[in-house]
Design a protein around this ligand. Structure first.
Ligand SMILES: Cc1cc2nc3c(=O)[nH]c(=O)nc-3n(C[C@H](O)[C@H](O)[C@H](O)COP(=O)(O)OP(=O)(O)OC[C@H]3O[C@@H](n4cnc5c(N)ncnc54)[C@H](O)[C@@H]3O)c2cc1C
Ligand SMILES: NC(=O)c1ccc[n+]([C@@H]2O[C@H](COP(=O)([O-])OP(=O)(O)OC[C@H]3O[C@@H](n4cnc5c(N)ncnc54)[C@H](OP(=O)(O)O)[C@@H]3O)[C@@H](O)[C@H]2O)c1
Length: 568
């Protein structure tokens, strides 16, 4: 019964989110259709919140950090000791609710029972079963090909948070399972019998191996270790998870019950989901990077500010939407690693195909291949080696074979918003720039509601503009761009005052960091239709933008927030 409760808890949670998402999608569609042919100042209906309680809900719950402001800014005890981030208020409520329900389902037993061993047996069965039930979502949430990301429009980042907490719950339940078993076993035959069972009984031995793997996995996953040695963490995590699954599987098989424990099908499901996810990655890799036209080739240029601009020519056409990212790897630079990067720019190559019908003799253009571009800031590992590989060449560039796995995410459409404010910190521009071309072209074609876009890009020095210059030049020359795009560049550490100078009224430059609350209040005063504020960049910037968005909710206008950030 409690196992079914847990399934229902998860199922109902997913159904509630799905219901909310369907309403949101329908509402956004309605807004898009009704506003896409209307000027910005006539989108008044969409500008004001139709439900008086919605802004308060957003400020106090949906966009709220756990406490005052901190959410994405990492807690660092020193440069090397990264303690991770704090979950948001909504995430905390969901996690506490889930933790509480698991505790209740494990410990709601008849405590008045006089026989304490009977109690132990009851808790042993409960905790073991619940641990296995939780392993199913645990493994689904870990996958980047998790179909629930697109269906429920919940980011991989949120699933990753849930994965971490589910993992902790599974290990705790497994330990409870082992402890209550030991209590009865010690009472029956002493510690010697516990040792004897572990060594000679396949049922207990396999369970013990699985439990050990899980405990080591938990210890090695603590935030400072995870962040400091991410690649080592990832490899050991996968190996230990595999040992834990095999141990659990043998534990379910090696029992006296004919056909194995009733939980056996779940462990089959868990292993199948895992293999299916790995297979999906391989299929994506093979599809994107090999075709009759050859394989993917990358051109990497070292840029100012220890950054690389990377262009990967894919041998086939791949459809990429704004806001998507991909995992990329290079032959010769930590070839075994793959890292996620936002796809900043996409270009397709077309081929003319001859008419197929005698009635219509016009030639048709068909996309045959795609190039995807990235801007990659050098950190200390793979990205640093990539930068060094390009920078150490005379030409400050290098060509090499590469592999592209994606595109992922990008389920956040801005098309139905009359007013869009994009904040980018340094390389965070990659995520934002992908929306610019799409929205400006959509405006000219009359298929989006967007009438005003403000891009706020914060960079350390003037030279960082070089990262995106070719793409920005194209964007600034798009027809209709002057009608809607305002660019505000903030150069926080300019080398001289002359650097921070622009004669254009639509591309302005300022020294220092922006005053985000002031900037956003001004945008809200001039708001056109519904507004969406998005941010991509350092955690501190995301937290400041979140705080400013929460503050403007008092105006009762529709101001939505989307943070593109990732917390490991
Ligand atoms: C969806 C997404 C899009 C991103 N887009 C860009 C982008 O366009 N440009 C850009 O410069 N950076 C981007 N990043 C960040 C980039 O993935 C990391 O900086 C990079 O993986 C660090 O590699 P490294 O080995 O040099 O890291 P290290 O120097 O070893 O570590 C630096 C930091 O990156 C984290 N990190 C290491 N490996 C990964 C990984 N595989 N995935 C995520 N974080 C990791 C570490 O925990 C640490 O906090 C993006 C991250 C995500 C999640
Ligand atoms: N899709 C994605 O998830 C994605 C895509 C691309 C990049 N990223 C992430 O974006 C981050 C880029 O960070 P970085 O380390 O390259 O940036 P950074 O160098 O730390 O900062 C970039 C700029 O932002 C300014 N800044 C920092 N915090 C601010 C705040 N609270 N308010 C206003 N300005 C602020 C800095 O000003 P000062 O000079 O005053 O410090 C600096 O000019 C990386 O962590 C990368 O992983 C994520």
């Amino acid at each position: 019964m409690f196992k079914d409760f847990l399934w229902w808890t998860l199922g109902i949670l997913a159904l509630v989110v799905l219901g909310i998402r369907i309403i949101e999608l329908l509402w956004a569609k309605l807004r898009l259709v009704s506003a896409m042919s209307v000027p910005g100042d006539r989108q008044g209906f969409w500008k004001v919140s139709q439900w008086s309680w919605m802004p308060t809900l957003k400020r106090r719950l949906i966009y709220a950090p756990l406490w005052k402001k901190r959410h994405y800014r990492e807690i660092r005890l020193s440069k090397a000791l990264n303690m991770g981030t704090l979950p948001s208020r909504l995430h905390t409520i969901i996690l506490l609710g889930y933790l509480g329900s698991n505790l209740a389902y494990t410990f709601i037993v008849n405590w008045a029972t006089l026989n304490k061993y009977q109690l132990c047996a009851e808790i042993r069965g409960r905790s073991g079963t619940l641990a296995l039930v939780n392993m199913v979502p645990l493994i689904i949430f870990a996958g980047r090909n998790n179909p629930l990301i697109g269906m429920l429009k919940i980011s991989f980042d949120t699933y990753n948070l849930l994965h971490r907490w589910m993992g902790r719950i599974v290990v705790i339940e497994t330990l409870i399972h082992v402890i209550v078993w030991s209590i009865v076993q010690v009472a029956d035959g002493g510690w010697a019998s516990v040792q004897e069972k572990i060594m000679n009984d396949r049922f207990i031995g396999s369970g013990t191996v699985g439990t050990f793997a899980m405990v080591i996995l938990l210890v090695l996953s603590v935030s400072p270790l995870r962040h400091a040695f991410y690649e080592t963490f990832l490899t050991t995590h996968i190996i230990l998870a595999f040992i834990a699954f095999v141990g659990t599987w043998l534990h379910c098989v090696a029992t006296n019950i004919a056909g194995g424990l009733p939980q056996l099908p779940w462990i089959y499901a868990i292993m199948s989901i895992w293999f299916a996810e790995r297979l999906a990655r391989m299929i994506r890799l093979a599809y994107c990077n090999w075709s009759g036209r050859g394989h993917s080739q990358a051109f990497v240029e070292a840029m100012p500010g220890e950054t690389c601009r990377v262009k990967i020519q894919l041998p086939r056409y791949v459809d990429v939407k704004p806001g998507q990212h991909a995992y990329i790897r290079f032959s010769g630079v930590h070839s075994w690693e793959n890292h996620p990067f936002s796809i900043a720019w996409v270009e397709h190559t077309y081929e003319e195909i001859l008419p197929v019908s005698e009635k219509d003799m016009t030639k048709v253009e068909q996309p045959i291949s795609t190039s995807v571009s990235f801007v990659i800031g050098a950190q200390t590992g793979f990205t640093r080696s990539l930068y060094n590989a390009a920078n150490n060449n005379d030409t400050r560039s290098i060509s090499m074979r590469a592999a592209f796995e994606g595109p992922y995410a990008g389920h956040h459409s801005l098309d139905s918003y009359g007013h869009v404010v994009l904040f980018a910190g340094a390389t965070g521009i990659t995520h934002q720039i992908s929306y610019l071309k799409h929205l400006i072209e959509g405006y000219t074609a009359g298929i989006v509601a967007t009438r005003r876009i403000t891009l706020v890009w914060i960079i350390r020095d003037y030279e960082s503009l070089e990262w995106v210059r070719p793409w920005m030049d194209k964007i600034l020359r798009l027809p209709g761009r002057r009608d809607l795009l305002q660019v505000k560049l903030f150069v926080t550490r300019p080398k001289s005052a002359r650097e921070v100078f622009s004669t254009s009224s639509t591309v302005q430059m300022f020294p220092g960091r922006p005053n985000i609350p002031h900037l956003l209040t001004k945008e809200v005063q001039e708001q056109m239709g519904a507004m969406c504020v998005t941010v991509c960049g350092p955690g501190g910037l995301a937290d400041d933008v979140r705080d400013a968005v929460r503050k403007v909710q008092d105006q009762r206008q529709v101001v939505d927030l989307h943070c593109e950030a990732f917390t490991w």
